[in-house]
Design a protein around this ligand. Structure first.
Ligand code: HEC
Length: 137
């Protein structure tokens, strides 16, 4: 019986191990920024994780709050037409819990990042604050 007792892991230790594992597991979901990203796109990648990933997932899909993809295969952001159209939506409504939390340049950088992920903008590209006529496919 001595052996069984020594194998038992204390619940507090299990909890500590879980608490240690959880953030690293979430962090491992965060994709590397696009290769050759412009400063705006690189910034957008970080800002997306900070302000949008909570509800849309680190990869823009499969999240609990809004599971449908917001870029890439199966996305439905084509309805916004252009970078400006997507910006206008984000400007008005996102982050959903508090759209006023972040300003226009921050929202623009996030939109630029989304467009790169969606293949509509080159990683080294950028868009003016408020978006432009870059088409969303
Ligand atoms: C608190 C949760 C939450 C956060 C944070 C959040 N969103 Fe959303 N998002 C939602 C919900 C819920 C919807 C659906 C809204 C609706 O249908 O009216 C949505 C919808 C969207 C859509 C439309 C998708 C579609 O296919 O119609 C886009 C684009 C979007 N969000 C982008 C963003 C961006 C960019 C950010 C960060 C700046 C962000 N969201 C932050 C919850 C969130």
């Amino acid at each position: 019986m001595k052996g069984r007792r020594s194998k038992r892991i204390h619940p507090a230790a299990q909890l500590a191990a879980f608490a240690f594992w959880l953030p690293s597991a979430l962090a491992s979901e965060v994709p590397a920024p696009p290769a050759g990203a412009s400063p705006q796109v690189l910034n957008g990648a970080k800002l997306y994780q900070a302000h949008c990933a909570l509800c849309h997932g680190p990869k823009g899909r499969d999240a609990n709050v809004f599971p449908r993809p917001i870029w890439g295969p199966g996305h439905d952001i084509g309805k916004f037409g252009t970078a400006k159209g997507l910006f206008d939506y984000v400007q008005l409504l996102m982050p959903f819990d508090n759209p006023a939390k972040i300003d226009d340049p921050v929202k623009t950088a996030i939109v630029a990042y989304m467009l790169v992920r969606n293949g509509d903008l080159k990683p080294g590209g950028s868009i003016p604050t408020g978006g432009d006529q870059t088409a969303i496919k």
